[in-house]
Design a protein around this ligand. Structure first.
Ligand code: F6P
Length: 303
């Protein structure tokens, strides 16, 4: 019988993490389960930043980006000694179930922790990158795509007025999902992603000689980032033209994509995944990840 669980967020923050914390906390409390929050991710678990998480702390957070529990990327947790400290803290607080919202590194952290700690563990996919295996969507992806899309809408206004060619770099680490979605949503002339070999000739052929162009490049593309792509395209543009001064501009959207109010889609996903993850613990599931496939919730192996 589950008495006390801990909830945490880990890795890069993602819009919707607060909606997830809200829903998981409230659902667990309603089932008579005590809820603790692990602050600052796995590093906070090592540093014993484990505190009760009352319902009041989850008021007025559904619309806020970031994570009220904060997050971190911990090197110390990658060592067995670090995880031993973290496990000792979980035992001291009598935690018997843990839910971690994060990406693939956070999932790997839970699997590694199972060597030191015997409590039940569930992962919930929270990352703007949408790169977690087994789920069609991760919490934060939709907001990041919408944020980048409206930034490109703005770029189009000025690009159109000045006939500029924008090379826009979006996040995603090794995954091209943000770039693909943003490129489609904003009508980009070309999209470069790490999953396929980028063909610069094809990108060049897609550009218009007159007016403006938008090229979206994922940060992990093998041809390089936006600055490199801009240089390569400039060379092609000017190959057979004398006195050529193409108006190429680079815009790196960066961490802007990680912040801001979550979209309705992300809030709903986070809300439902919060319920699903608590239910998974109640059902006695262990080392599973909550996932959505074809609009249905299911569990996958955390590993
Ligand atoms: O995983 C989310 C993400 O924003 C990636 O898209 C990006 O590559 C990375 O985190 C950036 O991490 P940091 O904020 O630690 O530089």
């Amino acid at each position: 019988m589950l008495k006390r669980i801990a909830i945490m967020t880990s890795g890069g923050d993602a819009p919707g993490m607060n909606a997830f914390i809200r829903s998981a906390t409230r659902h667990a409390l309603e089932q008579g389960i005590e809820v603790y929050g692990v602050h600052q991710g796995y590093q906070g678990m090592i540093d014993n930043l484990i505190k009760p998480l009352p319902r009041e702390d989850t008021v007025n957070i559904i619309q806020r980006g970031g994570t009220i529990l904060k997050t971190s990327r911990s090197q110390e947790f990658m060592t067995a000694e670090g995880r031993e400290k973290a496990a000792a803290n979980l035992r001291a607080h009598k935690i018997d179930g843990l839910i971690c919202c994060g990406g693939d590194g956070s999932y790997a952290g839970l699997v590694a922790l199972s060597e030191q700690w015997s409590g039940k563990m569930i992962g919930t996919p929270g990352t703007i990158d949408n790169d977690v295996a087994g789920t069609d969507l991760t919490i934060g992806f939709d907001t990041a795509v919408n944020t980048a899309m409206s930034a490109i809408d703005n770029l189009r206004d000025t690009g159109d007025s000045h006939s500029m060619h924008f090379i826009v770099e979006v996040m995603g680490r090794h995954c091209g999902d943000i770039a693909t979605a943003v490129g489609k949503a904003s009508g980009a002339e070309a999209i470069l992603v790490p999953e396929t070999k980028s063909d610069l000739d094809a990108v060049y052929a897609a550009l218009h000689d007159k007016g403006h162009n938008i090229v979206v490049v994922a940060e992990g593309d093998e041809l390089g980032g936006a600055y490199q792509i801009a240089e390569l395209l400039k060379e092609k543009f000017c190959a057979s033209k004398a006195d050529c001064k193409p108006n190429f501009r680079v815009c790196i959207l960066g961490h802007i994509q990680r912040g801001g109010m979550p979209t309705a889609r992300d809030r709903i996903l986070a809300h439902e995944m919060g319920l699903e993850s608590v239910n998974a613990l109640i059902n006695g599931e262990h080392l599973k990840a909550v996932a959505i496939q074809k609009n249905k919730y299911l569990r996958t192996e955390l590993s």
